[in-house]
Ligand binder design. Structure first.
Ligand SMILES: Cc1cc2nc3c(=O)[nH]c(=O)nc-3n(C[C@H](O)[C@H](O)[C@H](O)COP(=O)(O)OP(=O)(O)OC[C@H]3O[C@@H](n4cnc5c(N)ncnc54)[C@H](O)[C@@H]3O)c2cc1C
Length: 426
């Protein structure tokens, strides 16, 4: 019998956090257990995903669970049961049921268009309430009261609320301006779980070279980056890069930032940018050193414009000390050497990541070792579950993290509803 006089069976399953993981957990749990409450500290529900203003929210990739093995590496065995029971097809169907349209984005990605994002919070609450879930906004959980290996209650806005089970779906510390906290890590630690140190991910990188003033906003649509650690090549990637006031951003940087941030702990990291990956050094040499007719006044700008953005070419003299208005026919051999280097090997020394407020994910979180992947249940506390980005799981860019939050949330919800916290079926 709980303090309130209610039996454990009458008490709610409390879900801390009403983002994708928390909502998915609640929607699954309420099918089997009628008393489900979501507490979210924000006055605006699903704030993080609703706040995405500059692009669609990618929610999944059309990939069967086996395809995730390469992506998650040694963490695949943890995420596999969740993804196998609830993959992109089920997530798409669930969102459709909630009135949220998911459309293909490219060949493999599925996304929610920006125009729906503003309504997401409203649709989250509407869907929850239509299933009988209580969604409490502006309700911050500050503590878990644990006794004899079980969570007895949660403290919400200073008031103790007895519970039958708790699902921690507080998200990660990414983008704290959208409401993220470190509370989930504190709850996990209190329950005896280890926290893998958190570090920024999906974030721009500050560079020692200061081209920000002249190149801020310039985007190179297709470049190749070679990333080195103490001058030793680590990996290569190709894609879109954007110069910013502080250094580098754009998809290729956001995608690789987590790997680069890990490398930074081991030494000096440089990004060598090949701005014209489709032109070999041989081809560039041949072009620069050909015999031009005396009358040929075609400028560097005109020749390079099909490959490089205007903004970059206009600033060329400030970087390589050769003005792009110079006719190629009149370049000195030293100038040609500088141009070649700049085109094929524009180097940047990485100082570090931008702050957490600019991140779209984090590395680290609640260690996976003490969580049962079949149920998302804590191995330390009988009626405690974890779901979503609070876990030490980070997928690549492209909808993997939303998918992970939704699928682990569902598993946690189903498990919490099927268990009275002592391992017995309700
Ligand atoms: C700018 C940006 C763009 C992104 N784009 C994509 C994308 O396109 N595709 C993709 O897959 N992922 C994307 N992400 C990541 C995605 O938002 C997360 O993976 C996802 O939101 C994680 O869901 P979650 O439910 O685990 O956590 P969250 O969405 O962070 O939800 C956690 C909730 O818990 C609440 N909370 C925290 N502490 C407490 C507490 N103590 N008490 C009560 N409530 C609490 C918070 O208010 C929050 O609502 C993006 C992130 C950002 C910042």
């Amino acid at each position: 019998m709980a303090k309130s006089g209610k039996t454990e069976k009458d008490l709610p399953i409390a879900i801390i956090g009403g983002g994708p993981a928390g909502l998915s957990a609640a929607m699954a749990a309420v099918k089997k257990y009628k008393n489900v409450v979501i507490y979210d500290k924000n006055p605006q529900p699903a704030k993080k995903i609703s706040a995405i203003t500059n692009g669609p929210l990618m929610v999944a990739e059309k990939l069967e669970p086996e395809g995730f093995e390469e992506i998650y590496g040694d963490k695949y065995s943890f995420i596999a049961p969740a993804l196998k029971s609830y993959g992109w097809k089920e997530i798409t169907a669930q969102l459709k049921e909630m009135g949220i349209k998911v459309s293909p984005n490219g060949k493999k990605n599925l996304s929610i268009e920006s125009k729906y994002l503003k309504k997401l919070g409203h649709l989250f609450i509407k869907s929850a309430e239509s299933e009988g879930i209580v969604y409490k906004k502006s309700s911050r959980v500050t503590d878990l009261e644990i006794s004899r290996g079980k969570v007895k209650s949660v403290v919400v806005n200073g008031i103790t609320r007895p519970v039958s089970a708790v699902i921690v779906a507080c998200g990660s510390y990414s983008s704290p301006k959208s409401g993220s906290t470190k509370d989930g890590y504190a709850f996990a630690e209190k329950a005896g779980h280890e926290i893998v140190k958190i570090k920024p991910a999906f974030v721009g990188l500050e560079t020692k070279e200061r081209y920000g003033k002249i190149l801020n906003g310039v985007e190179v649509r297709d470049c190749l980056i070679r990333v080195s650690l103490d001058d030793e090549l680590q990996f290569v990637d190709r894609g879109k890069l954007k110069f910013t006031s502080y250094g580098l951003s754009g998809k290729i940087i956001l995608d690789n930032s987590a790997k680069i941030i890990e490398l930074l702990e081991r030494g000096e990291v440089k990004i060598h940018m090949d701005q014209v990956p489709d032109l070999s050094k041989f081809e560039i040499n041949k072009f620069l050193n050909q015999e031009f007719p005396h009358t040929d006044r075609t400028t560097l700008f005109e020749h390079l414009n099909p490959y490089l953005p205007d903004g970059l070419l206009e600033m060329m003299d400030k970087i390589v000390r050769v003005h792009s208005s110079r006719p190629v026919a009149f370049l000195s051999s030293l100038e040609k050497k500088h141009i070649m280097l700049w085109l094929k090997d524009f180097p940047f020394t990485i100082k570090g990541p931008r702050p957490f407020n600019e991140t779209r994910g984090v590395l680290g979180g609640v260690a996976l070792d003490d969580i049962d992947p079949e149920t998302m249940r804590s191995n330390k506390i009988k009626n405690l579950y974890f779901a979503g980005e609070v876990l030490d799981l980070l997928g690549p860019w492209g909808g993997y993290n939303f998918e992970m939050a939704f699928s682990t949330g569902r598993l946690a919800g189903l498990s919490a509803a099927a268990d009275d916290g002592a391992g017995k079926k309700k």
